[in-house]
Design a protein around this ligand. Sequence first.
Ligand SMILES: NC(=O)c1ccc[n+]([C@@H]2O[C@H](COP(=O)([O-])OP(=O)(O)OC[C@H]3O[C@@H](n4cnc5c(N)ncnc54)[C@H](OP(=O)(O)O)[C@@H]3O)[C@@H](O)[C@H]2O)c1
Length: 455
Amino acid sequence: MLFFDFLKRFYYAAVSSPTPRKRDDAIRIGLLGASSIAPLAIILPALSHPEVIVAAVAARDPERARQYAEKYSIPIVHNTYQELLSDPAIDAVYIALPNSLHFEWALRSIQARKHVLLEKPSCSNADEARSLFRHPLVTAPNAPVLLEAFHYQFHPAWQAFLYQINHLPWGATVEHVYSQQYLPKGCLEMDDIRFHYGLSGGCLMDLATYPLSCVRQVLGRGEHLNPIEALHRPLPVASDGYQPEPQIDAAIKATYATDSDKTAEIRGDLLFGGGFSFLPAAWSHSLPSFRWPKTEARTGEMLLNGLNDEVRHFVRRKITLWNHLIPTVYHRIDICDTHTLRRGEEVVKTWDVMEYAKAYNWPAGDVRAQTYQEWWTTWRCQLEEFVNRIKGRAGSGVWIDGEESIAQMEAIDDTYAQAGLLTRPTSAFEVAIDRDPGTNSLRPAYYYKLSIESK
Ligand SMILES: NC(=O)c1ccc[n+]([C@@H]2O[C@H](COP(=O)([O-])OP(=O)(O)OC[C@H]3O[C@@H](n4cnc5c(N)ncnc54)[C@H](OP(=O)(O)O)[C@@H]3O)[C@@H](O)[C@H]2O)c1
């Protein structure tokens, strides 16, 4: 039965989603860039959404855009990103460009009055994030919707995990959070955008931005993460002796403390390999390894009761979400209570009580369970809420607002500083607001900082 459920979810999510008839008022989305992630993150999810049509794509090379459009049945091809933004038939854009271009193209899109689904990380650094999310064009009352695509948060599995953390028994609170994400070595080419400092690459900007986001979600926005230690592994030297970019972290590990003495640890690796102790070290290092994405929260130890004058009963809870990244395929929430009987400092007895949970949909009876489907991927759940927001509907209630995206970028900058690495470079692009002399209305004016500075 479990295996049948898995096959059903996998079939609908990845092989053949139901394709309902599109509504007349469907949102027409344009893709900026013929990216690798768009099929998973937007093209496939849009097929099963009656209110979304992926209507256009633009790439730097129009011929590539044409081939991409043909492959994914996208009706319109634009020759440039700006041309797509000028198309009045497009309501929203999906931006999956290198991180260094997120700020510029998000602002240009908002200025063109397009709703924006913006890939993570939202910007190159916190300065850019503040400039973007607090920009008058973005904060205006009727501004287009702007969402950083932290898709994992929209899935019921993540929300069920957070529910457990926010409804702890015994008055317990979380004291430590750990999150990890690894990509097996060999999945990325060495010329990938993630390995270029100028394109705002790095592991913390990409894969490890999830663990960082996960621990921040668990601790809550009120808790500021102060990095204690951040260690990175640089890119390997190529076999031809080529020296890779020194500011790029291929892997990162960081520990934090909050002002209220909670602690957190994150780990991420874009080139994860090794760990095969039965092989010679040189062979082992060259082989890819796998580890599940995982987020774990541990409470402090709580005194349950004194059994008698001498023996006291303590308990500590650990909640683990296995596979926060692709929970549709498989995930599991483990709730482990470790009980300990102590006489003074001596441990008399200790035992674990385990419970397991899964959440492929919202709880039975919840009105959201009627809309959501068990086979929806995190990206499909995210698209549902993006559309709900555009349409002015309440939706599931899960959302990532601009201040959250800013706080995430600040945590990235702080971690890079602790690791002794440079903050990713600020875009040369900016939008200033001035007044149209004819109508006296506010209008954006683009300029490039570099050209201004060189005047
Ligand atoms: N949400 C997720 O699960 C997830 C997963 C992977 C990636 N991402 C994010 O999505 C974004 C794109 O990642 P990806 O893996 O899809 O990358 P990708 O396949 O390399 O796509 C990036 C696109 O950016 C365009 N581009 C514009 N200027 C470029 C330049 N100077 N160098 C290289 N490309 C340039 C290219 O578009 P043209 O077609 O115009 O040439 C390319 O299609 C990143 O921000 C990444 O962090 C998110």
